[in-house]
Design a binder for this molecule. Structure first.
Ligand SMILES: O=c1ccn([C@@H]2O[C@H](COP(=O)(O)O)[C@@H](O)[C@H]2O)c(=O)[nH]1
Length: 273
């Protein structure tokens, strides 16, 4: 999917919501545990109930890898279900990969070719040759960690390097990477005010913004500092949506939570045009 198609979907659905599919077997409704594949059964119900309210889904691979081969199968079934039934949805494998070049090529092949995701998150720490293998894939997107939502972001990301904060250096240098047009960036919703400076460096890039909901990030603040003329934001909420209820009404409860965010987004988008 191209960024233009993604923007068209945002305008059509009046939503720039990304729903995180972070499935924890201890948190899903107990009746699903009788299913052959409880994780997929949970995801399918959530997706069917919410797909009109969001433009993206983001499974974090940790929640699948934790269950070994079975978990990876559930991830595969989830992305296949999305691609077959809702091809207009942008899909994000939140895997935070990145390694020496030939290894990164294999990670990229795994997520883009084998699984068929539209995008994958990567860590910038190993530099250019760890990221460019992902960027080489046509119409696929590499979402680089810039300023993360957690408290530990301040351990390194805001330290000064070359007289500027490290996250700013990451943004600047990444723009010189081959096929950098395929880059998006992760910026935590808990760091909303930083978005003003971030937009000076990457005015046109899409930003994936996790941290609304369970982590306390504020949608209005993120939009105030982060929106651009193409919207340019994908706001992620995982636990705040998918665990709205652990009873048989869980999918409808998730849809209600997603609807609340979508309605807020619609107002923001209407005020922009
Ligand atoms: O800076 C970051 C980068 C990634 N994440 C991931 O996003 C979701 C957030 O889940 P919530 O339940 O909405 O808090 C999760 O997969 C994180 O690993 C992040 O939170 N911050």
């Amino acid at each position: 999917m191209t960024t233009q198609q993604l923007t068209e979907q945002i305008r059509k659905k009046k939503s720039f919501l990304c729903i995180g599919l972070d499935v924890d077997l201890n948190k899903i409704p107990q009746h699903l545990l009788q299913e052959e594949d409880p994780i997929f059964a949970f995801n399918k119900a959530i997706i069917d109930a919410t797909h009109q309210l969001c433009v993206a889904y983001k499974p974090n691979t940790a929640f699948y890898e934790a269950y070994g081969l079975k978990g990876w199968k559930s991830l595969e079934k989830t992305i296949q279900y999305l691609n077959a039934n809702y091809p207009e949805i942008f899909t994000i494998a939140d895997a935070k990969r990145g390694d020496i070049g030939n290894t990164s090529s294999m990670y990229a092949k795994a997520f883009f070719e084998d699984l068929g995701f539209d995008s994958v998150t990567v860590a910038p720490y190993m530099g250019r040759d760890s990221v460019e293998p992902f960027l080489a894939f046509h119409d696929k997107h590499t979402i680089m960690l810039a300023l993360t939502s957690n408290a530990g972001a301040f351990d390194f990301q805001t330290l000064k390097v070359n007289n500027k904060e490290l996250y700013k250096e990451v943004l600047e240098v990444s723009k010189t990477y081959k096929n950098s047009r395929n880059l998006m960036y992760v910026v935590g919703a808990t760091k909303a005010t930083f978005l003003a400076d971030i937009r000076k460096i990457v005015p046109d890039s899409f930003l994936l913004v996790p941290g609304v909901g369970a982590q306390g990030g504020n949608l209005q603040d993120v939009c105030k500092y982060g929106l651009n003329k193409h919207v340019g934001l994908l706001i992620n909420s995982s636990r705040g949506i998918i665990y709205a209820s652990n009873q048989t009404d869980f999918a409808q409860a998730a849809a209600n939570k997603a609807n609340e965010l979508q309605q807020e987004m619609e107002v923001i988008l209407n005020s922009q045009s």
